[in-house]
Design a protein around this ligand. Structure first.
Ligand code: PDD
Length: 287
């Protein structure tokens, strides 16, 4: 039985009891993070802690000691005897009594950490590629908050899977712009390579400020000497791109088609592949 961290204790997951009145359940009133561990070491712990703080600020949930999540995660890994895992952190506002829209002054947030084992990464393996489908980005306007309210992404990703695709690409008509633009993937940030430049949606609140996104922007500059532009692009521009990929803590995946339209020659791009290996270098070279 896996051990989880739940409200101050490391216990078997079956013992981690959650109130049916938890606002996380009733109002999706919570935020989360996913941190990767490879060979026993966490990657980019600081940015995850900082983003958790920002997300908690975004939902006006004060009083959480975010610095404790690092040591809790480390201990969870040890207690589960894991070296490779994705550790899920969740903070909800907890049980505030009978269901009410109004948030009382006194709250007892609920904190849960779960370590999901992952296969050890083969540093020499090429990334797994696949097709994507486009989906209406019907999420709220505060996509910079890593909210547990994931139903739009869950529905769209399920549709993608049914279509044999590996990701959905969200497209949104942003106020002030005259066309629909690609925001990000259902659980990833989206990039295109166009005329030797790397393009990704700006961190303007309409996408999650992905930690892998930052690492790859830096790797593109530092390791590939490549110009990066944080700009909006349309679905049509994505279709015509030289390369497309999506990324998150758990993956960097070349996208080889969108809505059945083949991208470039239908193979993972050379720059995408270089970035994949640059990402792995950064994960392992910190060790
Ligand atoms: N998803 N955009 C969205 C909407 C995401 O849900 C994620 C991560 C990302 C990439 O962020 P990062 O590089 O910091 O992992 C972008 C996580 C992994 C998840 O929900 O499981």
């Amino acid at each position: 039985m896996p051990i989880v961290y739940h409200n101050g204790r490391f216990i078997e997951s079956s013992q981690a009891i959650r109130s049916i009145e938890d606002r996380g359940l009733l109002f999706a009133d919570g935020v989360y993070e996913v941190v990767r561990y490879d060979n026993g070491r966490p990657f980019a712990m600081r940015p995850h802690i900082d983003r958790l703080k920002r997300s908690l600020g975004g939902i006006e949930l004060p009083g959480i000691d975010c610095e404790a999540f690092g040591p809790w995660s480390d201990e969870l890994m040890v207690r589960n005897g894991l070296k490779d895992a994705r550790v899920y952190w969740q903070v909800t506002r907890g049980d505030t009594g009978p269901r009410s829209f109004y948030i009382p002054e006194h709250i007892e947030p609920s904190i849960t950490l779960i370590a999901y084992p992952a296969p050890p990464v083969d540093r020499k393996a090429f990334p797994t590629s696949g097709g994507a489908i486009s989906a209406d980005d019907c999420r709220w306007t505060r996509c910079w908050i890593k909210s547990t309210m994931l139903l739009p992404a869950s529905l769209a990703k399920t549709k993608a899977k049914s279509a044999g695709a590996i990701e959905c690409i969200f497209v949104r008509h942003k106020p002030g712009l005259d066309a629909h633009h690609v925001t990000e993937g259902g659980s990833t940030n989206a990039f295109i390579v166009r005329d030797g430049e790397l393009h990704t949606h700006p961190n303007d609140g309409w996408v999650l400020p992905g930690i892998t996104r930052e690492v790859l922007i830096d790797a593109a500059h530092a390791s590939l000497g490549m110009p990066v532009r944080e700009v909006c692009f349309t679905l049509e521009e994505l279709k015509q791109a030289d390369e497309v990929f999506v990324c998150s803590t758990t993956q960097l995946s070349p996208i080889t088609s969108i809505d059945g339209h083949t991208i470039a020659d239908g193979n993972p791009g050379a720059i995408t592949t270089k970035l994949h290996f640059a990402y792995l270098d950064r994960i392992f070279d910190q060790q």
